[in-house]
Design a binder for this molecule. Structure first.
Ligand code: CA
Length: 224
């Protein structure tokens, strides 16, 4: 899953980015409100964000301006506000401007991760914490994957790839779409990494799980 982190405090940004990358998130970081809107404007066929973490006190355009601008354009990306402003009035303003949730600084990275997962569940219309597809169960919180009830060990990248496919069960995802769920800006991507990870997933979860759609990309088998 790919997240846009908008935060001008370098220490906080580095901490959040490191923590989330360790959890398998692809994280793009920008340090001001104008850059946030630029990053969101780049979104297209093979580049999209699953979630945005938004600081309120930002250079150029503040967090509320960013939020109002993107909601005004009909952009429904889940937004979690990270703020040092903890007055009730500020929280109400943020939520009324279109935020989905907020966390007051200083926050705990585990709580941040749990709230992010809750937002993604809500967006996907799921209430259950586990994602299921045929014999496969994936737990976004613990990163545990099971095949017919038996735990299967996956690397962080393999997990990210499987999670991206499970998030859109009927869809065909291109190599570029899968890559952008696995790598944030500045992370090195090898030339055939998606193929390598698909191969590994098929080995661990069965050859029938992921199908090639020639010239288009990959999709999950429906009838498992
Ligand atoms: Ca700030």
């Amino acid at each position: 899953m790919r997240v846009l982190l908008v935060e001008d405090d370098r220490m906080i940004a580095e901490g959040v980015r490191k923590g989330l990358r360790g959890e398998g998130w692809a994280v793009d970081w920008v340090g001001d409100g104008a850059a946030a809107l630029d990053a969101l404007a780049l979104v297209g066929e093979s580049h999209s964000y699953d979630l945005m973490l938004l600081d309120l006190g930002l250079p150029k355009r503040d967090g509320l301006e960013v939020l109002r601008a993107l909601r005004g354009k009909g952009n429904g990306i889940p937004v979690l506000i990270l703020t040092a402003r903890d007055s009730v009035a500020d929280r109400v303003k943020g939520l009324d401007a279109g935020a989905d949730d907020y966390l007051v600084k200083p926050f705990d990275l585990d709580e941040l991760g749990a709230r992010m997962r809750a937002l993604l569940r809500r967006r996907a219309g799921r209430s259950a914490a586990l994602i299921q597809h045929g014999p496969i169960t994936l737990d976004p919180a613990t990163h545990e994957v099971k095949l017919s009830g038996v735990p299967v060990a996956l690397s962080a990248r393999e997990f990210a790839l499987l999670e991206a496919l499970l998030a859109r069960p009927g869809a065909v995802l291109s190599k570029a779409q899968l890559e952008e769920k696995m790598y944030g800006w500045g992370e090195e991507i090898g030339s055939n990494t998606v193929e390598v990870y698909i191969h590994a997933l098929r080995k661990k979860l069965g050859p029938e799980l992921i199908r090639n759609v020639r010239g288009l990309g990959y999709t999950l088998a429906k009838d498992l």
